[in-house]
Design a protein around this ligand. Sequence first.
Ligand code: GUN
Length: 292
Amino acid sequence: MTTRILDGKFASEKIKQEIAKEVQSIKDNGGKCPHLAAILVGNDGASQTYVGNKERSCHQVGFDSTVLKFEDTITESELLEVIDNLNNDANIDGIIVQLPLPSHINENKIIWAIDPKKDVDGFHPANVGKMTLGLPSLLPATPSGIIKLLEIYGIETAGKNCVIIGRSNIVGRPLANLLSHKGKYADCTVTLCHSQTKNIEEYTRNADIVVAALGSPGFLKADMIKVGAIVIDVGITRIPDPTKKSGYRLSGDADYESVAPKCSWITPVPGGVGPMTIVSLLSNTLQSAKEK
Ligand code: GUN
């Protein structure tokens, strides 16, 4: 099988260049620079890296970016006040709260407090509801990044069997919804598998497209997919590795070495879905700025 790579780094750079051009033209015409505000609570290493990457990407395309960092002792009501201030700040176009939050804070309460027009993560129930109905909305970044990647590589999805492993609100469930919509880079027959699914390999072996989004390194093995399958690996787990300068390496949810040779297309980790998530966040922020 000839295996081709769905190169998220390449695709995201291409989209970033388009966004940067549009931002420059907004600025040249005296418009306001799009501005993303990110809230980071606590000292989780992975969350710090993600927020750092988002901030760097904002600067690459010419956005303004503000990162608000708080100790994990911040209370729910203090955080709600921060969000209220950002909602009312005309200079801010997009707000994200990096998840997970400490356990004493109710994540839903925080997400629901964000102005849906500034909810560039697409997590607010107003945006989730619109997405579900196929209405224009701010789409969640990872699912929309995956669909953009399929689009850039011209991968036809109509009528294909798509098995998604993992039912999170951030990836699995919204992606299942989007891929089952009518239209291009959708129109799939979607099966959503999860921790209670019995004999998961019976589903994945029949899938034309397998999306692994469960957060279990190397879970998807070669004997779980058919020859020619398209594998989208959303996993990104840090594995301690003393040979690396950082002290860790990143592992996807697919056992890449064994799975890749059997696939027609596969996303690498890193450099697959991750950069596409960030670029979708940038697109949402630009959309939100333009709609103001
Ligand atoms: N934590 C893991 N993924 C995400 C994401 O897409 N957005 C936010 N805000 N937090 C996350």
